[in-house]
Design a protein around this ligand. Sequence first.
Ligand SMILES: Nc1ncnc2c1ncn2[C@@H]1O[C@H](COP(=O)(O)OP(=O)(O)OP(=O)(O)O)[C@@H](O)[C@H]1O
Ligand SMILES: [Mg+2]
Length: 461
Amino acid sequence: MEIAEVLKLADELIFAKTGEHIDYLQKAILEGTFQGRTYPKIAEETHSSEGHTRDIGSELWQILSEGFGEEITKRNFRAIIKKAKFDNFSSAIGRVGRDYVAINNFNICQERARSPTEPANPQPTSKQLHIDLGDAPEIFRFFDRTSQLSTLENWIIHDRTRLIALLGISGIGKTTLSLRLIDEIKTQFDYVIYRSLRFSPTLDATLTNLLQIFSKQSEIPQNIETKISQILDYLRKYRCLIVLDDVQMLFSSGQLAGQYKTGYEDYQLFFKLIAEVCHQSCLIFNSWEKPREIARLSKEYRPVRCFVLGSLGEAAKEILKSPKLSDEETWSNLIDIYQGNPLWLELTATLIRELFGGRVAEFLQCEMPILDEGLQFQLSLPFGRLTAAELAVMVHLANQPESVAVSQFFNKIPFSPSEIVNAVRSLGNRFLLEAIEEEKITLFSLNPVLKQYVQSRYLSN
Ligand SMILES: Nc1ncnc2c1ncn2[C@@H]1O[C@H](COP(=O)(O)OP(=O)(O)OP(=O)(O)O)[C@@H](O)[C@H]1O
Ligand SMILES: [Mg+2]
């Protein structure tokens, strides 16, 4: 049997069992397994967590086993499929289909249960696109991010994901990517809205702002519960794409990552409702801190996903072209040192242009990395939010020549093991730590830019 046939059959089995079509991750697991890839590799390629990928995988094998009447696992899937004939399995759908009737009795979100012949991407419900990008920055240039755009598009259009957290360190390109995504998929929606929360508006103010877009003439209710319920009505009635940017501005300073400031806790409930309640829209929020509840939500509810944005990779060379830098053969090295972070590279490229006449090779001969003043300011923003224990972990790490395990912090810094463990996890949720999975141990380290920043700001006399 060919993989295309397997995917078609799996789609029909999954639909018969759950009333939903095969989603992006399930498809990636089947294709990846067929091609001999491991769960960690599939998770990496789909920007999903390994745990989530394994969970979805085991559900998938169970559905396939029930359908085929023999145990199918990740280990034997390929062998079974290779010797199978499509016709032998067509009766499987009927077997699993019986369950669907029972499951469907509990399916409170009826509109998600499409028939297999219905298109996976229904047309927008109205012809007119309302687009309000508010004070979104204009994007003058955009390089690559092809795979990231296609993953996000798949999640939104194909999988009908309702809530996406677009996460990553400051300057990595979240705002730019989300605006480009809007540009690519806006015609699939009735309403497309972008709002930045950079001035920390209350939920009440944000909801009022959104309702003004939906209901231009009608009166906006006073009461926050009514506002939430009206927004949810709009999200049900219309297909909307809403991007809320700079969500980190809702979180506290001096506390572990992702804790809402006093007076902002109701955003947590709002995001939970967006995930839980049945509607046909998608809310993306961008943040350089991972909200605490999102990991749990993305485990519990299928329509919730986290996307962590990383290096721009080789495409970052395009950024180095406009300030007319020379020594192109050394650019990959520069990109590696500055983590492929577009903002860090833009700032450093200007410095190289101004002080080194654009000669990257000469710049790289200095003790690396050199941190431009603008870059130091950028880094001071997340560091200004750290707890004492987090800062102690960063300082200890900046002193280590090698990566270290969590237990190696114990007794080295004046905090209890619980405080240290929580601090390490929180630093991960701020994207300030690199974690490497070795065979039996997880090791942590700082990237060269952060290491240099900590050494110069907290360790030099
Ligand atoms: N794919 C890209 N192509 C070209 N330039 C990019 C790309 N991504 C980001 N940039 C540039 O990098 C800079 C930082 O990008 P952006 O503001 O999107 O980052 P961010 O992750 O939203 O940062 P913050 O968390 O601080 O808001 C901008 O000047 C932007 O133009
Ligand atoms: Mg941004």
